[in-house]
Write a protein that binds this ligand. Structure first.
Ligand code: RB5
Length: 167
């Protein structure tokens, strides 16, 4: 049974980040924070809030980056965080948690080993978002029984894949 872990590894952890137009303002704030924290970042767009874009396309860019580098992590931001969460969690190996409070950020790492943090730029303000990102980056996975459950998520998703699209 395969599993994808975002536990710190020997290589530096890169944060792949993307947003749609509704998340662009908050992404700018988070990019500045990550720069201050000296966290390596890969910004996968979009480039401005001026043009309406499709969030699934930007969600997939971060998904692809994480699947290519299983020890990296990602951040996705749209208006509510809901569309990006739906987009990302369709893919095995992705554990995207929508966090608009500190407790969710902590538990998403401790119990779900979240490799993708999702936020809504129209839901929370910049200061809370920054605290969520700091907390999420610094909270380790508890492992143990939680790893068994993550393995089950992967197993069930892969078993369902041949049926996908037939419903
Ligand atoms: C864009 O208007 C908005 O629908 C999008 O950012 C997101 O909130 C979707 O879930």
């Amino acid at each position: 049974m395969s599993s994808v872990s975002s536990k710190p590894g020997p290589e530096p952890e890169v944060i792949a980040i993307a947003c749609d137009h509704a998340g662009h303002g908050l992404k700018t704030v988070i990019l500045k924070l990550l720069q201050e924290m000296q966290v390596p970042v890969e910004d996968l767009g979009c480039a401005s809030a001026a043009e309406s874009v499709h969030y699934p396309l930007y969600g997939k860019k971060v998904v692809d980056a994480l699947l290519a580098r299983p020890r990296s992590r990602g951040i996705l931001i749209c208006g509510t965080g809901l569309g990006m969460s739906i987009a990302a969690n369709r893919f095995p190996g992705i554990r995207a948690t929508l966090c608009h409070d500190i407790f969710s950020a902590i538990m998403g790492r401790r119990h779900n080993d979240a490799n993708l943090l999702v936020m809504g730029g129209r839901v929370i303000g910049p200061d809370l978002a920054k605290e969520i990102v700091r907390t999420w980056l610094n909270t380790p996975f508890d492992g143990g029984r939680h790893q068994e459950r993550l393995n089950l998520l992967e197993q069930l998703a892969r078993e369902a894949q041949p049926l996908a699209g037939k419903a």
